[in-house]
Design a protein around this ligand. Structure first.
Ligand SMILES: [Zn+2]
Ligand SMILES: [Zn+2]
Length: 162
């Protein structure tokens, strides 16, 4: 029974992934109130669920699904004056809409050529699905994950330790 439902889920995901691969056009996104608007040009570089405590607290959520895109393929289309930034660590800066509070981007001085974007702020599918869980060792104990994606953790949050 598990195998049957797993196969059906996999077929569904494969169909979705195929339809996303055809979408080479820009995908737009925005905050909740619409003041901050942006767009992303595929291909993106990564997509995963982050379980770190900073993401949880920043979003008020069990975990946060991010994708990474090269800075040159990211465009802020409007609302720059509404975009507030918060320095969340010595290398990380998180951005949010000062009007509605939506958390939108995370940038790191360790990889300045990349912008991390909240997948849930997009208006349509991007070119990939979440690939893994990161900082899984730090997850909230009330979060139950039942998918088959790799669970990465350890000191860097990205080690295949589980
Ligand atoms: Zn807003
Ligand atoms: Zn995180």
């Amino acid at each position: 029974m598990r195998d049957v439902s797993g196969a059906a889920e996999l077929r569904g995901r494969t169909t979705l992934a195929r339809s996303m691969l055809m979408a080479h056009e820009k995908v737009s996104g925005s905050c909740l109130c619409g003041a901050v608007r942006f767009s992303v040009e595929p291909p993106t570089m990564f997509c995963g669920h982050c379980h770190c405590s900073m993401c949880r607290r920043n979003h008020g959520a069990g975990f946060v699904t991010w994708f990474a895109v090269a800075r040159g393929q990211f465009t802020l289309d409007g609302g720059r004056s509404e975009l507030a930034t918060f320095r969340s660590s010595d290398h990380g800066t998180r951005s949010f809409c000062r009007r509605c509070g939506s958390s939108l981007f995370c940038e790191s001085s360790r990889h300045p050529e990349v912008v991390d974007v909240v997948l849930a702020s997009m208006h349509g599918p991007i070119d990939r699905l979440p690939e893994c869980h990161i900082y899984f060792d730090d997850r909230a104990d009330w979060v139950v994950v039942s998918d088959a994606l790799p669970k990465l953790g350890g000191a860097t949050g990205l080690e295949p330790s589980l």
